[in-house]
Structures are given as C-alpha cells and as structure tokens.
Design a protein around this ligand. Structure first.
Ligand SMILES: Nc1ncnc2c1ncn2[C@@H]1O[C@H](COP(=O)(O)OP(=O)(O)OP(=O)(O)O)[C@@H](O)[C@H]1O
Ligand SMILES: [Mg+2]
Length: 352
C-alpha cells in the first residue's frame, strides 16, 4: 500500500491561481475525499497527483519517492472519471484489458486478472457486452474495474457518480468504498457532494478558492469547522455575529446582539487575535420549548414542516434574525406560535 504526500502544491494558469499551498499526507490504504464547490481546485489537485498537470511549484511523493517530474504513465495510477470514458467499440473485457495490454500483460495472465476484477465489481457475466448495452451504474463499475485491474499504487476518482441518479449514487458510493477496502488501495476521491464525502471517506479535505480550509473526518468537519465557509458548505448552520470577550477554559465567552454565549473553537490563538467572528449553531442543536418555562430566547415559528424523521422549523427572533431548527418527533409548534429557544453550548462553535 502506498502513501501519498502532496507538499506545498501550487498550480497557476497564466495569472490565475488554480490551487495554492495544498498540503496533504495520506496513510496507507486511506480513502481521502477532496470536497468543495465548483472551481475550488479539486480536479486540478487530482490532475497534479496523476501527472496530467505540471505543478507550478510543490512536490508529489508516493511512499517518499518524488514523482513530481514523472509522466502519468510512469506513476501507476488508476483513474475513474465522471463520464466513464469507456471505449465504445470494445467489449467490457477488452476495455478492462486495455491497460494490461499497454503494460505488456497478455494471454492467460491478463485473462485471469480481467476475470477476477470483473468478479469483484459483480460483472462476471458482462465480459462480452458493449458499453452501450449497459446501464450507467454498470458502466461506472467497468470503469472502476479498468482502473484497478493493473493493481495501481493509487486510485483517483473525479466525481465518478455525478452522472447517476440519486438512488444509484447512494448504492455506488458504498460499492466503491467496499471494493476500495477489499483491495486496500489508497484513494483520492473528488466530489462536491458533502453527503457522499461524509459517507465514504476516512478523511475529508475541504477546499475553497484553490486552498485547503480543513482536513478532518466527517464529524470533525461537521462539528468543528475551521472556517465559516466550511461550516456553511457542510450541512446547514445558523450564524450569529459574535465578538470574543474572554476565554474560559476550553470555552470562549462571546457577545452577540442577543446575549452572551459560551462556545468552543478550533484554534484559540487565531480566534483570540481576530476577536470578531460568528457563533455557529447547527439546526439540530437548537432546543425549542414553550415560552415562560425556560430562560431561552423568544422567537416566533414562521414555518414548520413534518418530514418524517425530523420536523424542520423556521423561526424569527424579535430582532428579525431567521433561525433554522430541527427537532426529532412530531410537529409540536405550528406557524405563529411563540416559542423559547436555547442552544446546547457544548455543540456551539465559534468560527471566523
Ligand atoms: N487549463 C486551465 N486553464 C485555465 N484555468 C483553469 C484550467 N483548469 C482549471 N482552471 C481553473 O482553475 C480553477 C480550479 O479548477 P478545477 O477544475 O480544479 O475545479 P473543481 O474544483 O474541480 O471544480 P468542479 O467541481 O466544477 O469540477 C477554476 O477556476 C478553473 O476555471
Ligand atoms: Mg472538477
């Protein structure tokens, strides 16, 4: 199993900075996702790792070997793209075998490798079919088989599920993850779908504007976002402009237009220096109760929707601020009801 290291990677296109200061070290066999909005530099980073793009500066290492100047064909990388990129005039077996042929592996050795990789992606009976005779999900599994058949050091996937419908996407993400775990191959996976990244990754790299904002596991990036951008990209969040007043152990005392709150944050030194930011509270960390029973903040229910697993509330505070809240159970407060709202301070987070 190979470890990937990306050190101080930058790629400029003319005067435009595609990515800058990208640093990442994976573990052996780790599944790492690059997540972020369109144009944030995910594909550019992946292409630099693949050798399809020459970095402007920085280094790419596989197991401590510098591959920055190696061509893509010398890097032993399996790639899967959004559009599958299968050869339409070749059968599934020929598509999968193509990479082996290019590497001089033919005959019985090639045939047995093709059989076993098609078996792994559950397409053993599709060897002689053509891509046009297969569904999108099946074609994507052929693409995965083709990327894995020559036992590459790294598997790189760029939005591999974007062309599939929602249900198939859900199935395929777990399929890819289970194949990846069985093969034990270190994987870099590009997506702009946060649920997809959270469901399959060991760690997620969250990017904006060509820079990494945070690297962490799903719970880390959700509960402890490094920046406001990360907080709002991953899940829903309420933000209350906040000024940092004092430090209190692991917590900060924050002054907002509503009142003082206590919250934690990722980098106390940076937060102390900056002082102004926002208190982030996730919708499910907001508690609603009847007025008068608690010392909460008064709000009016603007809308309430029972969605089965949760009730989705939109509330308006007396100063006009909108707050979104989610509660488990049945709908308790209809539109127009005055409620009292409180935050769980252990789940409140200060972001810059
Ligand atoms: N060959 C190129 N020439 C000029 N600019 C480029 C080139 N390739 C990428 N860029 C720019 O670099 C930035 C990052 O592009 P990249 O393709 O890495 O984004 P992405 O995160 O993969 O986005 P998406 O989710 O839309 O695929 C974009 O602003 C893009 O327009
Ligand atoms: Mg892209």
């Amino acid at each position: 199993m190979t470890k990937l290291a990306i050190r101080a990677l930058a790629k400029r296109f003319g005067t435009f900075t595609g990515v800058t200061d990208v640093n990442l070290e994976t573990k052996e066999g780790e599944f790492v996702s690059l997540l972020g909005p369109s144009g944030c530099g995910k594909t550019t980073t992946l292409r630099c790792v693949a050798g399809l793009e020459n970095p402007t500066s920085g280094r790419i290492l596989f197991d401590d070997t510098d591959v920055t100047l190696l061509g893509p064909e010398k890097r032993s990388i399996g790639m899967v793209f959004q559009n599958y990129a299968l050869f339409p005039h070749m059968t599934v077996g020929e598509n999968v075998g193509f990479g082996l042929m290019m590497r001089g592996i033919r005959g019985a050795d090639a045939a047995s490798r093709i059989t076993s990789v098609l078996d792994m992606v559950q397409l053993s009976n599709a060897h002689d079919r053509y891509p046009r005779q297969m569904s999108g999900g099946q074609q994507q599994r052929v693409a995965l088989a083709r990327a894995l058949v020559f036992e590459p050091k790294l598997l790189l996937l760029d939005e591999p599920l974007a062309n599939l419908d929602a249900k198939l996407r859900d199935e395929m993400r777990f399929f890819i993850r289970s194949v990846q775990q069985r093969v034990g191959i270190t994987t870099l996976y590009v997506t702009h779908d946060q649920a997809e990244a959270m469901a399959v990754s060991d760690r997620i790299v969250v990017m904006f504007g060509g820079r990494i904002h945070q690297i962490g596991d799903a719970q880390g990036v959700y509960h402890r976002p490094a920046t406001k951008e990360v907080a709002s990209f991953i899940g829903q969040a309420n933000f209350f402009p906040a000024k940092l007043m004092a430090r209190d152990g692991d917590f900060f005392v924050l002054r907002t237009a509503l009142r003082e709150f206590r919250a934690r944050c990722g980098d106390p030194e940076v937060a102390s220096a900056a002082c102004c930011g926002a208190l982030m509270v996730r919708p499910e960390a907001i508690r609603l109760g009847p007025v008068g029973q608690s010392a909460g903040i008064s709000a009016i229910v603007e809308s309430a929707h029972f969605l089965g697993n949760i009730v989705d509330y939109m509330l308006k505070l007396d100063d006009g601020t909108s707050v979104s809240a989610q509660a488990i159970g049945d709908l308790q407060y209809g539109p127009g009801t005055r409620v009292s709202l409180s935050f769980d301070e252990s789940r409140s987070w200060f972001v810059l």
